[in-house]
Design a protein around this ligand. Structure first.
Ligand SMILES: [Zn+2]
Ligand SMILES: [Zn+2]
Length: 143
């Protein structure tokens, strides 16, 4: 494990989320950081692997690789227990790398249970057409 590469502090974590909103837009609704600011909607730094799970496993709570930029309403909706979820396809290579490092073989299951899939499973998400336009960023920055 390359612990020396891990950036782990709340400010960097939130900045990473903001950067994602700026470049990728909200994975739930497709709005950019500018659009959100104009609408008075707050940005949220979502933990891709949930905070309690990171804590339970003794991982770095503010590892920037685990940060996902999401707008406030989409973030609330993801966590409110209704079937709508942020799409699994919106997760970046870094998100997957962090999950694999922390959760090992169960990473795939963990993420599949918490994020929406476009291929059945009864999971619905209303903004499918917009979500489909969200692409993985930073095409393998050889990290
Ligand atoms: Zn949103
Ligand atoms: Zn969250």
């Amino acid at each position: 494990m390359s612990a020396d590469r891990v950036i782990d502090n709340p400010e960097s974590f939130f900045n990473e989320a903001l950067w994602q909103l700026r470049t990728l837009r909200c994975p739930g609704c497709g709005r950019s950081d500018v659009t959100l600011a104009r609408a008075g909607v707050a940005a949220r730094a979502h933990h891709v692997v949930y905070e309690q799970e990171v804590r339970r496993r003794g991982g770095a709570l503010h590892d920037t690789r685990n940060a996902m930029g999401v707008c406030d309403p989409c973030h609330a909706r993801h966590h409110d227990g209704t079937p709508w979820r942020l799409a699994l396809s919106a997760l970046t290579a870094e998100h997957h790398a962090f999950a694999a490092e922390l959760l090992g073989d169960s990473a795939g299951d963990y993420l599949a249970r918490r994020y929406g899939s476009s291929t059945g499973g009864g999971t619905t998400y209303g903004m499918a057409s917009i979500c489909a336009g969200v692409t993985v960023p930073r095409s393998t920055s050889s990290a």
